[in-house]
Design a protein around this ligand. Structure first.
Ligand code: ZN
Ligand code: ZN
Length: 80
């Protein structure tokens, strides 16, 4: 199950469930669309995989399967 991480690990922008800007790789490294495009060229800087739009968890499912509240930050060379 996806953790649905709450933020971009590069710029720390909030990316709540349902955000159209949330992109993930196969390991669920999570980035905002801006960082993914302008800093990383659509590739995850951690694993090299492609970044795709994160699916939205239906609201009715969130009570039983809540989104993660643990903010993940990693420093990448492209991150200011
Ligand atoms: Zn970002
Ligand atoms: Zn990755």
């Amino acid at each position: 199950m996806l953790a649905l991480r709450p933020n971009c690990e590069c710029c720390d922008k909030d990316l709540p469930n349902g955000s159209a800007e949330a992109l993930i790789c196969t390991f669920e490294c999570t980035f905002c669309a801006s960082c993914a495009e302008t800093r990383f060229g659509g590739r995850c800087p951690n694993c090299g995989g492609d970044l795709v739009k994160r699916p939205t968890r239906p609201v009715a499912m969130l009570a039983k399967y809540p989104a993660s509240t643990e903010r993940v930050r990693k420093h990448h060379k492209a991150c200011a």
